[in-house]
Design a protein around this ligand. Structure first.
Ligand SMILES: Cc1ncc(COP(=O)(O)O)c(C=O)c1O
Length: 421
């Protein structure tokens, strides 16, 4: 086991990793609740929920049991021409839980494809309605929606996607304020298909937060201008913001909601794009060619759906959004005095997400300061933290105990104070 990093180095290519600079990956042998155990026996708190996915903690018995039971019964079947209980039940539950008007569930296997499906469905709805010139999407500055081409197009090009610009479609990015939105719409009169955003919290942008008033006004504006609103709740969904969905905080219903990560409690690759009947029915036709030609081999995978159902059952029983809110409140209470420190720009919280933004000349994911923060995080042997450029943050799973929350707060403080010293 100790030679794992060496074997890894010979054959693996890791995501978002500069293999010439980054240190060897940490070998993990097991995970239980909020704790990861490394090959050398080190225990580490998962303060960022394994890339914002893990919702209730690792190795929840209800989830592993559902997975084992479902895989013994029906492990996989294609979802074109077939259906099964876990997919139908999970779709029923999602229709029930998501805001009013969202009535059809299209499954895929990750957040990027959930977004891809949403963008394609929205554009093709306009095509079916005889308005194919609506080829522009509006999005928020700094947004991140995944790494497939459609998702890259609507995301902020810098720093990750700029080199792909010849292949990306026309997107106009605006700041989260209504003057900017109205100005863009006036400019693009009749050419906009939809507006996509991460509601309340823009994760990869550095946990940037906007208010519910903006969401309410944006919903009204999209309705007025007859454009579709796509809520990418891949990160914010299932309680992260203290609400079941971020859209619920503003009491709005988008036309499309993209869900992944926490959909399965963050442990199985399954995603869902939930759309209105209006969008679904645009694809109904006597002509076969008017169907939605999109699908993945593992669309609606029964094990993933069973895991999703088990996760939702825990979420309801334990009131996960409330638990995450309490965790965020406790973290925030311990960190808020750091706003007084020279070099700290802002401490912000939304539900179970708490972020510390440091002052820097060069902001963003690859900010120079990020290198120093990364080193500081690595030095925290017992708490898993990763900076987003000049932003440090925590987003622990809902099982995190008070004592563990306090250790996360201490680790965050140590990293930030170490950098500012
Ligand atoms: C808001 C948002 N949308 C989409 C994605 C892409 O999800 P995935 O990595 O599962 O493709 C992410 C991933 O972090 C995300 O935060």
């Amino acid at each position: 086991m100790n030679d794992l990093p060496q074997r890894d180095r010979k054959v693996c290519w890791h995501p978002y990793t500069q293999h010439q600079l980054d240190p060897e990956p940490l070998a993990v042998v097991s995970a239980k609740e909020a704790t990861l155990t490394l090959a050398d026996g080190t225990e580490m708190l998962d303060a960022i929920s394994s890339w914002w996915a893990n919702l209730h903690g690792h190795a929840r018995p209800e989830i592993t049991a559902a997975m084992a039971e479902q895989s013994a019964k029906l492990d996989h079947i294609m979802f074109a021409g077939f259906t099964h209980e876990p997919a139908v039940r999970l779709a029923e539950e999602l229709v029930d839980l998501t805001p009013e008007g969202l009535s059809r569930v299209f499954y895929s296997d990750n957040g990027s494809t959930a977004v891809e499906v949403g963008l394609k469905a929205v554009y093709q709805t306009w095509v079916r309605r005889g308005e194919p010139s609506r080829t522009v999407f509006l999005a928020l500055k700094g947004g991140y929606h995944g790494d497939t081409f459609g998702a890259m197009s609507v995301g902020e090009p810098d720093p990750f996607f700029a080199e792909f610009s010849p292949f990306l479609f026309h997107v106009v990015r605006v700041a989260p304020n209504m003057d900017a939105v109205e100005a863009a719409l006036a400019d693009l009169e009749g050419r906009v298909a939809g507006f996509i955003l991460e509601p309340l919290v823009q994760g990869a942008a550095g946990m940037k937060m906007h208010g519910v008033d903006f969401l309410k006004s944006l919903r009204a504006c999209c309705t007025r201008n007859r454009i579709f609103l796509i809520a990418d709740e891949v990160m914010t969904g299932f309680g992260r913001t203290g609400h079941l969905f971020a859209c619920n905080a503003a009491n709005i219903a988008p036309d499309v909601m993209c869900l992944a990560k926490g959909l399965t409690g963050g442990i199985f690759p399954l995603s869902a794009t939930v759309v209105t009947e209006e969008i679904y029915s645009a694809f109904l036709s006597d002509e076969r060619a008017k169907a939605f030609f999109h699908g993945h081999t593992f669309t609606g995978n029964p094990i993933g759906c069973a895991v999703g159902l088990a996760s939702l059952e825990i979420l309801r029983r334990e009131d996960t959004p409330a638990k995450l809110q309490q965790i965020g409140d406790r973290l925030h209470a311990q960190l808020k005095d750091m706003e007084q420190l020279d070099g700290v720009m802002e401490i912000r919280q939304c539900g179970g997400i708490v972020a510390i933004e440091l002052q820097t000349e060069d902001q963003g994911y690859l900010a120079g300061l990020g290198e120093t923060l990364r080193a500081g995080c690595r030095a925290q042997k017992h708490v898993l933290l990763r900076p987003l450029g000049n932003v440090m943050y925590a987003m622990p799973p809902s099982c995190t105990t008070d004592e563990e929350v306090d250790r996360i707060a201490t680790a965050l403080r140590e990293v930030v104070e170490g950098v500012l010293a």
